[in-house]
Design a binder for this molecule. Structure first.
Ligand SMILES: CC(C)(COP(=O)(O)OP(=O)(O)OC[C@H]1O[C@@H](n2cnc3c(N)ncnc32)[C@H](O)[C@@H]1OP(=O)(O)O)[C@@H](O)C(=O)NCCC(=O)NCCS
Length: 158
């Protein structure tokens, strides 16, 4: 359980610019706060160099990306990962995944899962980390225009 307004602000600063509104994937502040209030939720925010910004203190460092996960027993779900558009394709997504996997291993996690809408370029990042498709839910996501998109579940052992 994490109760840190500065952390929520940093996550929201990236959230608000990172997700295409057409897909309705961004979470609002309330959803982030509620998730962080749940036990076993983990958040990592990094700067433009991919270095972690510590949760607690106020900081002038601009957040460039974040990842949110939650674990149950020895399995962890990647809930959201995002990098601000101006900071993309410079390895920050890789830095987030590496640090997330290291932290997961340290808490005894053996499997990581994530779910992605079909067609999300994030698949390049997930493939790079050895995630394999293990299932799909047809027409699971609804876009802002009402169209439906499949969800694909990926997993890998760590
Ligand atoms: C997915 C996302 C986090 C990737 O962040 P990033 O910082 O650009 O990722 P990286 O620079 O570390 O790139 C990782 C790899 O993926 C590739 N990649 C990233 N975005 C890509 C794109 N749009 N098209 C093709 N390849 C892409 C990179 O080339 C790199 O591969 P390489 O090392 O072989 O060249 C970012 O695009 C994003 O925030 N997207 C919007 C939010 C989202 O959809 N999140 C996923 C669902 S929660």
């Amino acid at each position: 359980m994490i109760n840190c307004p500065a952390l929520i602000d940093r996550i929201m600063a990236v959230m608000e610019v990172a997700f295409d509104p057409a897909y309705g994937e961004a979470w609002n502040q309330r959803q982030v706060a509620d998730a962080l209030a749940m036990p076993n939720t983990h958040a990592l925010v990094v700067d433009a160099a991919g270095a972690p910004i510590p949760d607690g203190a106020r900081s002038a460092v601009q957040p460039a990306g974040f990842v949110l996960t939650r674990h149950v027993l020895d399995e962890e779900e990647l809930l959201l990962i995002a990098v601000a558009p101006g900071a993309r394709q410079r390895g920050i997504g890789v830095a987030l995944m590496e640090q997330m996997i290291t932290a997961s291993r340290a808490r005894g996690i053996v499997q990581i899962f994530l779910e992605m809408r079909r067609g999300n370029p994030a698949i390049h990042l997930y493939n790079k980390f050895g995630f394999e498709p293990i299932g799909e839910r047809k027409h699971y996501y609804r876009m802002a225009n009402g169209e439906r998109i499949d969800a694909i579940t990926f997993g890998r052992s760590i």
